[in-house]
Write a protein that binds this ligand. Sequence first.
Ligand SMILES: NC(=O)c1ccc[n+]([C@@H]2O[C@H](COP(=O)([O-])OP(=O)(O)OC[C@H]3O[C@@H](n4cnc5c(N)ncnc54)[C@H](O)[C@@H]3O)[C@@H](O)[C@H]2O)c1
Ligand SMILES: [Zn+2]
Ligand SMILES: [Zn+2]
Length: 384
Amino acid sequence: MLAMNYRGPFRVRADQKPYPQILHPEDAIVRVTRSCVCGSDLHLYHGLVPDTRVGMTFGHEFIGVVEEIGPGVQNLKVGDNVIVPFNVACGRCAFCKQGLFGNCHESNPQATAVGGIYGYSHTAGGFDGGQAEFVRVPYADVGPTVIPDWMDHDDAVLLTDVVPTGYQAAEMGGIKTGDTVVVFGAGPVGILAAKCAWLFGAGRVIVIDHLEYRLDFVRKYAQCEAYNFRSMEDPVLFIKKTTDWFGADVCIDAVGGDAAGSALQTITGRKMMLQAGSATALHWAINSVKKGGIVSVVGVYGPTDNLVPMGNVLNKGITIRANQASVKRLLPRLIDHVQKGHLDPKAIITHRVPLEEVADAYHIFSAKLDNCIKPVLIPPSARK
Ligand SMILES: NC(=O)c1ccc[n+]([C@@H]2O[C@H](COP(=O)([O-])OP(=O)(O)OC[C@H]3O[C@@H](n4cnc5c(N)ncnc54)[C@H](O)[C@@H]3O)[C@@H](O)[C@H]2O)c1
Ligand SMILES: [Zn+2]
Ligand SMILES: [Zn+2]
């Protein structure tokens, strides 16, 4: 089968790889009909995630058709069209039982922090991902969710990650009616976080980025304010000034370790790897939230240390909430929001790329070329 193949930082290609096997009675094999490239894949592509092995297939955002099921699978049948959450979760450990599907204790024996994630290095369990024609889906009774008949499959594929992540970013912010919410990052996740902030009752939503085309997009898509941090002397000062010097009620970091904007953070976090990615947006979020405010972090950082202003967290009495999104927990609510027209995920898809051209998709998305917001990969078997 054709699959994306990681060859080392900034080098990916489409190759022939073996068809995946059922390895456990609760596995399924899914024939992928669409997969996306995510900002999280860029951390892998840029070589920032430990134990990313040459030969791995990335791809944690995919939907498809159930092709085969193991003898223990009860909730799925061959031919079902399914949304597969990016978390690999067992559904029965103490963490899954609390709805913390991103922190499953069983699916990733390599770590005690993150649970398994498809196509996300051996730090996240070493599962091959869905930027391929076929993928092995463990715990098939837990994650995969049948796509409702009425749902557009372009909406469905975005429910595997960026919609739940944007929604959870807003949810973790504990937004109260009328709150001012600042979202750092106008990528797919930040765009959805801004949109979802209104669903929680925000009174003002401000997005910060440095890519004008994304700022233009989010202004229209999420009906919010959007500003370029390159045109400010200091984004923290800007936010304080525009909130009567109080600071924002809630700040969301939808950037993570690939952040630009601070030479110190970039050199130590992205060039010298002395910290787990550049924590610039997190720094700005902590410094521009009000005293007693909440910082919600969905931007991904590596598993080790980062330079963050801990003294300000303490002295301002800030609450920091962070996690990988718990996709399965949120799916029923989000399917309902899409059906009611509150969310229009597919509008963020800008590029449809044949899986054979996966290298171009990574390059365009990573270098932010051609006004790219979200690329979707279509395998050859899904184009027949
Ligand atoms: N927690 C989760 O479950 C989860 C799920 C999906 C993605 N993510 C993470 O969310 C983050 C965003 O993902 P994406 O797909 O939107 O990525 P993306 O790369 O498309 O977007 C990131 C955006 O941040 C902007 N940016 C860079 N530095 C900035 C700064 N200092 N301040 C403000 N904006 C800045 C970039 O210009 C870009 O538009 C990534 O870190 C990704 O790993 C987390
Ligand atoms: Zn993703
Ligand atoms: Zn579990």
